[in-house]
Ligand binder design. Structure first.
Ligand code: FES
Length: 157
């Protein structure tokens, strides 16, 4: 029996998940922006994996959806187009290049500032890409800009 009677009419979606797009389409375009709970997010397809992050950079709200992806110390990072902050796609960590003054060589090394950018869990189901709605009981620096640029929110700028 092919009728799954879901009230509301639209395609049945896995519980609570937000539909982003077709897997094939995102693989082709490599990135797509979407709204999840009113916030702007971006989904990247990079080296065989999907990654979803808040689209507004945790630093000052730059559009990560327009950034370039770079490999830094073996980690794929999105580079913010505004001030070139680097954020790991996998974990949302902000990276910075620091020098340890106690080290004789004084070679800068990439270090983590911790998770700054909210990442979103991606689920692939039946050729469709979904993300989980954000768990707002945990907060991240990028939430400030996600709220500020929230769709439907008043923005006096
Ligand atoms: Fe992204 Fe400043 S806004 S680096």
């Amino acid at each position: 029996d092919r009728h799954s009677s879901s009230a509301g009419g639209a395609e049945a979606e896995p519980d609570g998940l937000v539909f982003i797009g077709k897997e094939e389409d995102i693989k082709k375009s490599q990135r797509i922006t979407a709204k999840v709970d009113g916030r702007e997010i971006v989904v990247f397809y990079h080296e065989g994996k999907f990654h979803a992050l808040d689209s507004r950079c945790y630093h000052e709200g730059g559009p990560l959806c327009q950034g370039e992806i770079e490999d830094i110390d073996g980690q794929a990072c999105i580079v913010c187009p505004w001030h070139k902050f680097k954020i790991t796609l996998e974990t949302g960590e902000g990276l910075y290049e620091g020098i340890n003054p106690l080290e004789p060589s004084l070679t800068p090394k990439w270090q983590s500032k911790g998770v700054k950018q909210r990442i979103h869990k991606v689920t692939i189901d039946n050729g469709n890409v979904y993300v989980n709605p954000p768990d707002l009981s945990v907060s991240f620096d990028s939430d400030y800009y996600a709220d500020k640029y929230k769709i439907g929110g008043e923005l006096a700028m």
